[in-house]
Ligand binder design. Structure first.
Ligand SMILES: *[C@@H]1O[C@H](CO)[C@@H](O)[C@H](O)[C@H]1NC(C)=O
Ligand SMILES: *[C@@H]1O[C@H](CO)[C@@H](O)[C@H](O)[C@H]1NC(C)=O
Length: 170
């Protein structure tokens, strides 16, 4: 009898809390929306479905760009050991917006040949192929600036990661 009573109480609590407190509405910040739209535009151009914003990935990139700002003067981060896919961009002497960051990566598209999945010599098509990687579903990004040399570092993380060696992005 005791066990049954406990179960009923627990269920009652769950019912009460769900009716009293609706789940918090998740609002993507304007910057996030801009990263997302720029990615999804490039993906739609090659017939690949949209990414979703992931708050955990955004938090991870936010911590990383702040670390690079505070300790590494906004230099590129070492992303080689991460479990997510990663793109980064460094710029100086210009105002960097999320749209500009993504457009910079997508600008490598002209050096990428989809037919044979190859990149022109001396170019880094990997930043573009990660943007349009079909099996990547989620995105989170952040940027930070260093006043000393007016530089900005932007980083996006992708899950699942793209650029699997030997595979075509789409
Ligand atoms: C980045 O991290 C990897 C793995 O931890 C390490 O092997 C590599 O030397 C690092 N690269 C740089 C440039 O520090
Ligand atoms: C892939 O195709 C492009 C365009 O036809 C060509 O320029 C390039 O050399 C090819 N790359 C490889 C690795 O076959």
């Amino acid at each position: 009898m005791k066990k049954i009573l406990v179960l009923i109480i627990v269920l009652t609590v769950v019912t009460c809390s769900t009716t009293a407190q609706p789940p918090p509405t998740v609002v993507i910040p304007p910057d996030g929306q801009e990263y997302l739209e720029a990615h999804n535009k490039a993906r739609a151009e090659v017939g690949v479905g949209p990414l979703k914003w992931n708050f955990q990935l955004a938090k991870a990139t936010s911590l990383l760009v702040r670390f690079q700002r505070d300790r590494e003067n906004c230099r590129f981060a070492n992303l080689t050991s991460g479990k997510y896919g990663g793109n980064q961009m460094w710029a100086t002497g210009e105002v960097v917006t999320p749209r500009k960051v993504v457009e910079n990566w997508v600008s490598e598209k002209i050096y990428y040949t989809h037919d044979n999945n190859s990149c022109a010599p001396d170019h880094r098509c990997g930043v573009y192929t990660q943007v349009v990687w079909r099996n990547t579903a989620e995105l989170g990004c952040a940027l930070a600036s260093c006043l000393s040399d007016q530089s900005t570092l932007a980083i996006c993380f992708y899950n699942p990661p793209g650029n699997v060696i030997g595979e075509s992005p789409y």
